[in-house]
Design a protein around this ligand. Structure first.
Ligand SMILES: CC(C)(COP(=O)(O)OP(=O)(O)OC[C@H]1O[C@@H](n2cnc3c(N)ncnc32)[C@H](O)[C@@H]1O)[C@@H](O)C(=O)NCCC(=O)NCCS
Ligand SMILES: Nc1ncnc2c1ncn2[C@@H]1O[C@H](COP(=O)(O)OP(=O)(O)OP(=O)(O)O)[C@@H](O)[C@H]1O
Length: 198
């Protein structure tokens, strides 16, 4: 079974994906793949630098993620350019891996963790989509605390994504991650049982 996992930035996708992995799921993480395509020598990084300039590289030739992040989250058109370069490569890589894992491990749950799953029109690409939900105010606080961002910076990142309330409405399964981790674990146990997973 192949499910999509999404939510808003800092709503707890990684927290929930680790809970699924602990129970035996195979995880394909879009943020990890997104980092792989940005490694030195990769054609995607070359295309990114061709557009955004050498100033986006650190002295050792790796991407200055902080600088690019500050730039694209402050300029929507530039974010769209970056997505146009990175998303096709990320999507192709993720689909390839999912197909491989499905063939190798037909009895296991395969989870694709994709922050921009709905924004990129992939809502129907999975048997089910799980949304990790917390209210907007809590999302802002957790993001500011985790990334050490100001309220303005955190708001810009949240606003670059579809509203979490909208995602909740589109979900096949909603995991409420607004209470303690125990409460979230229980919902994952219920999901696991409901799906008859071993
Ligand atoms: C701009 C970059 C270099 C900033 O790196 P940084 O280390 O600060 O952030 P990181 O990659 O860990 O992303 C953190 C979160 O930001 C959010 N995010 C990232 N890119 C985007 C985007 N284009 N639009 C909206 N939200 C985004 C996601 O929720 C993600 O989980 C990086 O986010 C990037 O390469 N983005 C483009 C690729 C992409 O769209 N990735 C999202 C997953 S497909
Ligand atoms: N139930 C919870 N209670 C309190 N804090 C939590 C809970 N779940 C997650 N957190 C914290 O909230 C922050 C965001 O969680 P996490 O990193 O899992 O989110 P994410 O959705 O994967 O983020 P991103 O979109 O950036 O990849 C982290 O600092 C995490 O420790």
């Amino acid at each position: 079974m192949n499910i999509g996992l999404t939510g808003g930035i800092a709503t707890g996708k990684s927290t929930v994906s680790q809970m699924l992995v602990k129970r035996g799921a195979i995880l394909i993480d879009a943020d990890v793949v997104a980092r792989e395509v940005m490694l030195p020598g990769h054609p995607v990084l070359k295309a990114v630098i061709a557009h955004f300039g050498q100033a986006m590289l650190l002295a050792d030739g790796t991407l200055d993620r902080k600088k690019l992040g500050e730039h694209i989250f402050a300029h929507k058109e530039e974010r769209k350019v970056l997505e146009g370069i990175t998303h096709p490569a990320i999507r192709a890589e993720m689909r390839g891996r999912a197909a491989e894992y499905e063939a190798m491990y037909p009895e296991r749950l395969i989870v694709s963790d994709i922050p921009l799953l709905y924004e990129t029109g992939q809502g129907s690409s999975f048997e089910e989509v799980m949304v990790v939900y917390i209210p907007r105010e809590m999302q802002l606080t957790r993001l500011m605390n985790r990334n050490g961002l100001s309220k303005e910076e955190a708001t810009a990142r949240i606003s670059a994504q579809m509203d979490i309330e909208e995602k909740r409405k589109l979900a096949d399964v909603v995991i409420d991650n607004s209470l303690g981790l125990e409460h979230t674990e229980r919902q994952i146990d219920e999901f696991w049982l409901r799906k008859g997973l071993l």
